[in-house]
Design a protein around this ligand. Structure first.
Ligand code: ACO
Length: 428
């Protein structure tokens, strides 16, 4: 069934704009010809009502708390799949057969090493550099090392670049960590799983054998799945915009990393963990809830609320379960765990949070888990970047293959001075 077009009236002109439907989700009004027909632009800073592209990768229904990758619910993927299988799914559109997954795993595993000269880049950074600063620099530098996969018009080169990025990101992230703590870089060990290998490169040292803890490996793999893609968020849109000019994939992913670093995007889990530590004990929770509700206090419950989810973030459900598993496996007793659970329960039963539809988001529990595993807070966003790389490259590939793709070029509402004549310096 075709939709009735939208009618847009501006002054004495009325034009019709096609209304397009996706497979699920809101319809979109296609206003691409609006400027040509009326001379007017639309104004939507922050993209509150604007779909910037067509995509078949990820679907979010924020009211219902649904997140689907290629149609599969995130809960099912987190429970039953593996990170590399989700990577295959995002890149190729379908779940792999056993043979396809084996081949994909072998391919990714073969690309885990980085060019030896890349390690000299690290030595140029200060030891106390933020690991995200290092990630921006080193990932951007990959285009100087892998010239044979920078021709974006060649699908085979795009495929190789995608595999290289997914495979090398754990190595690059672990090296950033090792550099910051002054320990030697640990080479990849291809006997291990993708996630086990990352844990070894991060926490292993050459002097001792490193044994991957299966519960930690499983938890980490699940955390990677939960962060693999999230539709057209700020960093993904950055990757698409950078890629729309024909920039090479390594440069585009470096742009995505730079955007993710911002505290409003990838940095909230650190803030949530700090808040839980500051609360300290369950008896102090009511005081913090009262502060969050007080209009005169800027304090907000970190890890609560989301621009898109107006229901429980489905990723937070899995995170809570993962938190329990990690604490059980490591036999940890940390008051932060009880504070988190009780804070969630109290907030969910409080009319303020119910009315405003404020639920825990993915960041509420992830900082507690990552800290329990042993990661310092500066590494949290790096882990996010590692996992999100597959989403970025899948979205970038989708964009390049789209026959309607154009360079991204937003317009503006100009509010500066109107034309005026230059005044010589002695007359000003
Ligand atoms: N604690 C207390 N009150 C809150 C919270 C919170 N965490 N979040 C929103 N509110 C209130 C606001 O004060 C506002 O109240 P009002 O209508 O009376 O003014 C109302 O709920 C709506 O809030 P907005 O900020 O307008 O909602 P928006 O969709 O713009 O913000 C955001 C979403 C930024 C995530 C917000 O909920 C927030 O600041 N949360 C805490 C930070 C956080 O956890 N960020 C991680 C997001 S997930 C991610 O990026 C991966």
């Amino acid at each position: 069934m075709t939709n009735a077009p939208a009618k847009i009236s501006i002054g004495d002109k009325t034009v019709e704009a096609p209304v397009r439907s996706g497979t699920i989700g809101p319809d979109v009004v296609d206003i691409r010809k609006l400027y040509g027909q009326t001379g007017a632009f639309t104004f939507d800073p922050g993209f509150m009502s604007t779909a910037a592209c067509e995509s078949g990768l990820t679907y979010i229904d924020g009211d219902e708390g649904i997140l689907l990758h290629r149609g599969y619910p995130i809960g099912q993927l987190a429970e039953q799949s593996s990170f590399l299988e989700v990577c295959y799914l995002l890149l190729n559109g379908e779940l792999p057969s056993k043979g396809e997954l084996d081949t994909f795993t072998r391919t990714i595993t073969r690309h885990t090493m980085v060019h030896e000269q890349l390690s000299t880049f690290y030595r140029g950074f200060r030891r106390d550099a933020h690991p995200m600063a290092i990630m921006c620099g080193v990932v951007g530098a990959l285009s100087a090392f892998y010239h044979d996969s920078t021709d974006i018009a060649d699908p085979e080169q795009r495929r190789i670049a995608s595999h290289r990025l997914i495979a090398k990101m754990p190595t690059i992230a672990a090296m950033a960590y090792k550099y910051s703590v002054g320990q030697p870089f640990v080479y990849p060990d291809n006997k291990l799983s993708y996630t086990g290998n990352f844990l070894k490169m991060t926490f292993g040292v050459p002097a001792e054998e490193y044994v991957v803890h299966p519960a930690i490996e499983a938890a980490m793999d699940r955390i990677f799945i939960l962060h693999a893609d999230h539709e057209q968020n700020a960093s993904t849109s950055t990757v698409r915009l950078a890629g729309s000019s024909g920039a090479n994939p390594f440069a585009c992913i470096a742009a995505g990393i730079a955007c993710l670093w911002g505290p409003a995007h990838g940095g909230a889990n650190e803030a949530a963990l700090n808040m839980l530590r500051e609360i300290g004990t369950p008896d102090r929770i009511p005081h913090y809830i009262a502060r969050a509700k007080d209009k005169n206090d800027p304090f907000r419950l970190m890890g609560f609320g989301h621009r898109v989810y107006k229901n429980y973030d489905p990723r937070a459900t899995v995170m809570q379960q993962t938190l329990r598993e990690v604490f059980d496996a490591l036999k940890l007793k940390d008051p932060v765990f009880d504070v988190a659970l009780q804070l969630e329960e109290m907030a969910l039963n409080d009319p303020y949070f119910i009315e405003k539809k404020l639920f825990p988001n993915v960041d509420f529990y992830s900082g507690v888990i990552l800290s329990a595993i042993g990661f310092p807070t500066e590494m949290f966003t790096v882990l996010f970047a590692l996992a999100r790389t597959v989403g970025w490259v899948a979205q970038w590939n989708e964009m390049i293959s789209d026959p309607e793709q154009k360079i991204g070029r937003p317009r503006q509402l100009y509010t500066g001075p109107v034309q005026r004549d230059y005044v010589a310096i002695d007359k000003r």
